[in-house]
Design a protein around this ligand. Structure first.
Ligand SMILES: *Cc1c(COP(=O)(O)O)cnc(C)c1O
Length: 418
């Protein structure tokens, strides 16, 4: 492979069709931010939109804002907009609650739709909150259900007629490996099981086609690749064909068919609305709205192409500049421009001193993150990263290693958020 130089990466930047998006984000000087997979960067439109909501909507309209400014309908209005990004139709997505809570709601709904089956099938590499929510739900339901975990490579073979729902995170949070959503969904349906996909590291990172793959249920968050800000509202998808039958247990007043009748008896609203529980968190929703509108201006195919190119460049430069350092690539080397995607929008390397290396890089302005036991993660967000950023990140990595900066005493203790 030909050596990459600073000129090579500058040429890539000058040909980049997405280059114009970078100036629409707030990025601190000198920082190379490779952690958009954990918390996306701040779009400049977000503070503007939130400020307008506070001053022009809340400040002037007071309670009238629920109708006049569309606050009440925002979970469904934004759901329809987000649907375009994830291959869903209008009326199939709501922006509500948190990812974990939506897992609980939809897992409950799915189990109730397969009453003769007892198994939630997932993989041992799944993001723990999904597994914890399943464990809590099983406890709540009393005896009878089981969370069965198998290695991710064995999922399809493990789907049998005891499985009610296959619950998977499409993109592995540590390695970035991506399940073949179409193939797993087909295998689940062939065995009579339902699917619940967690798209936390997928939506906004590469094209998602929920209806094209015949997915049943899905959840995802807004603050990673969708840039809605810390703790931004999550979203959920229920395929139209299941909307009559799917009932979730958190039956709050805003999922009622007629909330302002104040009836004593719960009666679910039609469609996706029954999955809303409470008054929407409007500040978080308008922040998400501004971030989502920006994302929708970009072409997802172009985002994917640049994401793959940034990841490939990162791998190539680590191997070119740091081949003596003992990094082990744990992400798939391949990445598809069409499904199967194979690798998401991150690259992870394992290294025994991974924690210290990530911390020393942060001290030098290169922000990635670390996951136990030895995983260094670097995320690619094509709307605000340049190819040249990858070049400088690896140059600073080389400098960290040359100076032994990662071996400093301060990095022996781990911080509470890594
Ligand atoms: C980030 C993430 C979550 C986050 O859940 P919250 O309830 O929003 O804190 C859930 N699932 C996966 C796979 C994630 O990566």
């Amino acid at each position: 492979m030909t050596r990459v130089t600073l000129d090579t990466v500058r040429a890539l930047d000058s040909d980049d069709p997405l280059a114009g998006f970078r100036e629409r984000f707030v990025l601190p000087d000198g920082v190379i931010y490779l952690d958009g997979n954990s918390l996306g960067a701040l779009p400049k439109a977000v503070p503007e939109r939130v400020s307008a909501m506070l001053h022009e909507e809340w400040g002037r309209h007071l309670i009238g804002g629920w109708l006049k400014d569309g606050w009440m309908e925002k979970p469904l209005v934004l759901g329809d907009r987000l649907a375009r990004l994830v291959g869903a139709a209008a009326g199939e997505v709501a922006v509500v609650d948190t990812t974990s809570i939506n897992v609980f709601k939809l897992l409950s709904a799915a189990l109730a739709m397969r009453p003769e089956r007892t198994v939630i099938l997932s993989n041992a590499e799944n993001f723990p909150t999904d597994l914890y929510m399943a464990q809590g739900l099983i406890r709540q339901l009393g005896a009878g259900h089981e969370l069965r975990l198998v290695p991710e490579t064995e999922i399809e073979d493990a789907i049998d007629d005891t499985v009610a729902v296959v619950m998977l995170t499409e993109t592995n949070f540590k390695t970035g490996a991506v399940f073949d959503m179409g193939a797993v969904t087909r295998a689940a349906h062939a065995a009579g099981a339902l699917t619940l996909w967690d798209l936390a590291h997928s939506a906004g990172a590469f094209p998602v086609d929920l209806n094209g793959t015949a997915a049943d249920f899905a959840v995802g968050c807004s603050y990673k690749y969708l840039n809605a800000g810390p703790g931004g509202p999550a979203w959920m998808f229920v395929a139209r064909r299941h909307q009559e039958a799917a009932h979730q247990p958190l039956t709050g007043w805003l999922g009622h068919d007629r909330p302002f009748n104040f009836d004593l008896e719960y009666r679910p609203a039609d469609g996706i609305r029954r999955h809303v529980c409470s008054s929407p968190g409007v500040l978080g929703l308008v922040a998400f709205e501004a971030a989502l509108d920006l994302m929708l201006e970009a072409d997802m195919t172009a985002i994917r192409a640049k994401s793959v190119a940034l990841g490939d460049l990162f791998i190539q430069l680590v191997e070119q500049e740091c081949d003596d350092a003992g990094f082990r690539l744990i992400s798939p080397r391949a990445a598809g421009l069409t499904p199967p995607w194979i690798r998401g929008s991150q690259v992870s390397f394992a290294h025994p001193d991974g924690y210290g290396i990530v911390q020393a890089l942060i001290a030098r302005g290169v922000v990635g993150d670390f996951r136990d036991p030895d995983v260094m993660r670097f995320g690619f967000a094509p709307l605000y990263q340049r190819y040249e950023d990858v070049w400088h990140a690896i140059a600073r990595l080389r400098a960290v290693l040359d100076g032994g900066e990662h071996l400093a005493e301060v990095y022996r203790e781990r911080a509470s958020v890594t």
